[in-house]
Write a protein that binds this ligand. Sequence first.
Ligand code: GTP
Length: 238
Amino acid sequence: MAEPIYRRVIVKVSGEALMGPDGASIHQPTLTRIAADLVAAQALGVSIAIVAGGGNIVRGVQVSEKGIPRVTADLMGMLATAMNALALETAIEAAGHTARTMSAVTMPEICETYERRRALRHLEKNRMLVLAGGTGNPFFTTDTTAVLRAAELGAQAVLKATDVDGVYSADPKKDKNAVRYDRLTHQEAIERNLKVMDATAFALARENRMPIIVFSIRESQAIEMVLRGRGHATVVSS
Ligand code: GTP
């Protein structure tokens, strides 16, 4: 098998990725499988920080459409990411690897506060890092967080774990004529208004020449395959 092509990556695990067929916010077998995939990927010698999404519990934009102001809705979403981060930390440790949760929003009774130097120390000590609270600001997505942390922590790529096997011209669940891309530039993703990530995340990635690899977490060993450059994925790069 090919050696991993990255030494350090950020894996964005969306909240929806943790849901199962029963509609529960966190589906335990799915959580356990994702944790096992992450631990197997780290065993290749790749240092991994996970950015937890929160959409399985609260999605800021949708809550704001129902009457709660966007700022408050986004703060609720940030709390949702902390719940998923704790679930991921616990599952990773149950799978046999040390993990540390750090939050961009201070909540010392629950987890450590994100601090770049300390985050780097955890990674250097081969701990898996789980990042909660987004950027700590409303109006920014956890996709933007993933690109930001990748740039700050010296990662070579963002692995965006989703429900689908790459980037499509339209939502493949709604449009059967949607075309799948193997490769795209950040610029093309922005110009074509591809919804897989928000424009802020793509713009930050373009500025930092940060590749984003979009793949389906539903396939087993998906993370490992992407790290070996063999995954069924779309690569968005400069
Ligand atoms: P090193 O200093 O690198 O050895 O890291 P460490 O994480 O093993 O040591 P530390 O003594 O800082 O932390 C021990 C445990 O307490 C770890 O599980 C940390 O995640 C946790 N911890 C550290 N700071 C905080 C905090 O502010 N809040 C909470 N809830 N836990 C914390």
